[in-house]
Design a protein around this ligand. Structure first.
Ligand code: FCB
Length: 467
């Protein structure tokens, strides 16, 4: 096979899969774990699409040895996971729960024994409820509490965990949880949202040097959710709408961490009454140099102006609307567009607008109904095609000079999709929740081969047959 028929990835390219503690662990109050905002939020059936709480989810708390054995069997050598703050510090500060630390000790040791490198996210949204009761991330004191937690954990795991991510998706955490009311803690207030986002970013900036001091050879980054955004038409109004959406969604966070400022157009749009309190030195702290940027990419957003005008409810604060066009392949999650070209364009844009730095795609994947076939297997050809086309986009971005170092598929296994409960399946491994049986999907077998061969025939990304 000539090289042009086969997409080979760089020799040390990192292939992995990702999960988050709350979505898979269960054991929500086991062995001294404290209550998190997600425990509280999901206990109200009205907050969750299928009314199910996240108390058991994939029962990974008890089943992780089997899950890691499956991971090893598939040849997945890198695993992005998160730690639950309230397992370690049940009240967010103060007394350490030794059983919680022991749990992650067993996990990390098992991963290392199986030759799987852990990549740990320190905060994937499950804030201690005790801290929420004092104002949560809108309260600047939470920044200090977070840094104390990070200090404790990174000291403890130094020598075993080298790769750390301070936060997962500050936009989703702040906006879905504090503006749209769709995630914990279920608030709907834009001023609070922007304060939360600022404090999350500030805590990132403060945590990075702490992690570096604790962990020799640490590689530290933050994970942003970024999408490719386009105007729905070439009208001035739609172009401006796309810019606003890009400003709120991508640039607010990227400009802060990569340039040490909030974008001027959005500062003007929000106006002084909504903006967070920014103390002297905050922006310099936030712009601390990291070792990599984590990019979560799922979809393209096609945006139009919303002539209904500008309110503060829901998404109306931006006066934009998302446009759904026919003939675009879509996943089962809110009809997200499958747009691998968007990933390529986003990565090229990052280099153009923000310069060169190592990038890992820390999440990418698609949700499908995934009903088992009559043979009991899950023939998710569409997911395989999605993964092939998105990793091909990475290959292409690398070819044109983007410093792309790795890829983590979301997710290793089906799990609890936040406000959507169990209604969305993203895994390359199927989970039958009543029996907790795991079944590797066709996409999992495909990914396993890709890792083994460090690439795949380009034809697998080019054919449209399974869309
Ligand atoms: C991202 C989250 C992740 C998962 C995927 C589908 O926003 O980081 O936990 O829910 O979406």
């Amino acid at each position: 096979m000539s090289t042009s028929d086969f997409l080979s990835f760089p020799k040390d390219f990192v292939w992995g899969s990702a999960t988050a503690a709350y979505q898979i662990e269960g054991g929500w109050n086991s062995d001294g774990k404290g209550e998190s905002i997600w425990d509280r939020f999901s206990s109200n059936p009205k907050n969750i699409e299928d009314g199910q709480p996240g108390t058991v989810t994939c029962d990974h708390y008890h089943r992780f040895p089997g899950d890691f054995a499956l991971m090893a069997q598939l040849g997945l050598k890198n695993y992005r996971m998160s730690f639950s703050w309230t397992r370690i510090l049940p009240l967010g500060t103060g007394k350490v729960n030794q059983a919680g630390l022991d749990f992650y000790d067993r996990q990390i040791d098992d991963l290392l024994a199986k030759g799987i490198t852990p990549w740990v996210t320190l905060f994937h949204w499950d804030l201690p409820q005790a801290l929420q009761d004092k104002g949560g991330w809108a309260n600047r004191a939470t920044v200090d509490a977070y840094v104390v937690y990070v200090d404790l954990v990174t000291k403890h795991f130094a020598g075993r965990v080298t790769n750390w991510m301070t936060h997962n998706e500050p936009w989703v955490f702040s906006f879905c949880g504090h503006q749209f009311g769709a995630h914990a803690p279920g608030l709907k207030d834009l001023k609070t949202t922007l304060a939360v986002a600022h404090h999350i970013l500030l805590s990132h900036g403060k945590a990075v040097p702490v992690i570096r001091a604790n962990v020799p050879g640490a590689k530290v980054g933050i994970v942003h959710n970024l999408e490719w955004i386009e105007p729905a038409s070439d009208s001035e109004e739609d172009i401006a709408a796309a810019q606003r959406h890009d400003g709120a969604y991508n640039r607010w966070f990227l400009d802060a961490t990569q340039k040490g400022r909030y974008p001027g157009d959005m500062v003007a749009w929000y106006g002084p009454a909504l903006l967070p309190e920014i103390q002297a030195g905050d922006m310099e702290t936030i712009a601390v140099k990291t070792d990599f940027l984590g990019v979560n990419y799922y979809s393209r957003h096609l945006m139009a102006n919303d002539p209904a005008g500008r309110g503060t409810e829901g998404r109306s604060f931006l006066a934009v609307q998302m446009v759904y066009r026919p003939f675009v392949p879509r996943g089962h999650f809110d009809e997200w567009e499958m747009q691998p070209e968007g990933l390529f364009k986003l990565l090229v844009r990052l280099k153009k607008d923000y310069g060169d730095f190592p990038i890992y795609v820390t999440e990418n994947g698609t949700s499908l109904p995934d009903l088992p076939g009559i043979d009991g297997q899950i023939h998710d050809g569409t997911r395989t095609r999605y993964l092939a086309r998105h990793t091909a986009a990475l290959h292409e971005a690398h070819r044109v000079g983007v410093d792309i170092r790795g890829y983590f598929v979301w997710s290793f296994m089906d799990n609890y999709e936040w406000g959507f409960g169990f209604t969305k399946r993203f895994g390359i491994v199927h989970v039958d929740y009543p029996t907790q049986k795991r079944t590797v999907k066709d996409s999992g077998r495909w990914y396993s081969q890709v890792i083994k061969k460090n690439g795949f025939p380009v034809a697998e990304a080019n054919s449209y047959t399974t869309y």
